[in-house]
Write a protein that binds this ligand. Structure first.
Ligand code: PLP
Length: 398
């Protein structure tokens, strides 16, 4: 049995690192809105595994569904060949919660793979190759998804990337003009999360839909981060009265297990079945354990009333997060960015929060903004506690 010290050493020695300074907390258990480290210290989780744990960590019904499925079967065969009850039941449940034009679910391993699948599907359906994407958007880290990522700093080191990508500014009229009859699809986050929570104007999103219809381009909405009640409606697009041609899901989709999906109308999805057959292949996509967990989590969410409470909890955060060091708070439901002057300031607040038992971090394209995206089950008392710690952590700055 290794000691805590050993785990730290082995983590740095053998687990591939993504940054020189990982948080490196040694978490041994998670439950509801809390993580617990090896020394028994508890952390109130304000980021929910980055918008994954919408129903909290290890909801008993999710754990029970995983155990039940583990007693039946694990992996059987590559995606798409066999009737696997957890897949069928979850796809049907999702379709029942979506507009009729989004009735065919292709399950993937991750959000990035869902993005890849959607780009391929759009090319097959339209016979076109150009893709319009937005500055400061994030859709995944594989090479196709990276090609449409909206930031040159992260893209540049990995060139050459996909050709035919046009990056335009979100929520602007110029973006609409970039969509032409050569555009296969436009890929947009319904609310730009990693920009530090930037919601579009409803009129603009409707014009985007209209421009896609005029040109025959498909509209792909990425709800990998905004789905499953995060912004106060089950899907963020419901608040805008805009329906995408292809919907991307991930993160909370698997109830804490890894899964993504791209969803379209069945007739359109059919394009992946011929010329070439097996237009998208995945071994583990839609794994039965992930589908069982995801379905249980979705049922918990739908039966919980938590989505109806999002607006009230958002308002409480906004009411409490007032401090001279906080420049502004942007939010869409329980996806909240607390803006400081600089990354340096934000990082000091984050470190102080973690030391005081509140787990938070920053946004990829807005490192000066503190991330709040807790389990939707967070209570008002927990929100008050979290905000008190954020405010006292902000006292560094007059
Ligand atoms: N799209 C959005 C909006 C995301 O926030 C993310 C992940 O953060 C992805 C796509 C990629 O998902 P994954 O990390 O599962 O590949």
């Amino acid at each position: 049995m290794s000691t805590g010290q050993d785990y730290h050493r082995l983590f740095h020695r053998h687990v591939a690192q993504t940054s020189p300074n990982p948080l490196g907390l040694d978490i041994v258990k998670a439950e509801g809105c809390y993580l617990y480290d090896r020394d028994g210290k508890e952390y109130l989780d304000l980021i929910g595994g980055i918008s994954v744990c919408n129903t909290g960590h290890r909801h008993p019904r999710v754990v029970a569904a995983i155990k039940d499925q583990a007693d039946r079967y694990l992996h059987l065969l590559v995606y798409g060949e066999l009737i696997q009850t957890p897949q069928v039941e979850y796809a049907a449940l999702l379709a029942g919660q979506l507009p009729a034009t989004l009735d065919s679910v292709y399950f993937t391993n991750s959000g990035a793979e869902a993005t890849e699948g959607a780009m391929k599907l759009a090319k097959r359906i339209t016979g076109r190759t150009e893709i319009v994407a937005f500055n400061r958007s994030y859709h995944g880290s594989t090479q196709g998804a990276l090609s449409i990522m909206g930031d040159e700093y992260w893209r540049n080191a990995f060139r050459p990337l996909l050709p035919g990508i046009r990056h335009v500014e979100y929520n602007t009229p110029e973006a609409l003009a970039a969509i032409t009859d050569r555009t296969a699809c436009v890929i947009a986050e319904t609310v730009q999360a990693e920009r530090g929570v930037f919601a579009p104007q409803a009129a603009w999103l409707r014009l985007l839909r209209q421009r896609c219809d005029e040109t025959g381009a498909l509209l792909v909405l990425d709800e990998i981060q905004t789905g499953f009640g995060r912004t106060g409606t089950l899907w963020a697009f419901q608040a805008y009265d805009v329906i995408p041609d292809i919907l991307l899901l991930g993160k909370a989709l698997g109830g804490g297990l890894p899964m993504g999906a791209f969803i379209a109308h069945r007739e359109r999805m059919w394009a992946l079945t011929g010329d070439p057959v097996l237009g998208h292949i995945t071994t583990f996509g839609g794994h039965p354990l992930c589908c069982a967990a995801g379905r249980a989590s979705m049922e918990v969410l739908l039966g919980s009333g938590w989505i109806d409470e999002v607006a009230r909890k958002e308002a409480l955060f906004r009411r409490l997060l007032i401090h001279p060091a906080i420049k502004t708070v942007r939010s869409r439901g329980l996806l909240i960015a607390v803006e400081y002057d600089s990354f340096g300031q934000n990082k000091r607040v984050i470190d102080a929060c973690i030391a005081a038992g509140v787990l938070t971090d920053w946004y990829l394209f807005a490192p000066h903004c503190l991330r709040i995206a807790p389990p939707l089950s967070i209570t008002e008392t927990q929100i008050e506690k979290a905000c008190a710690i954020i405010l006292s952590s902000s006292d560094f700055f007059p």
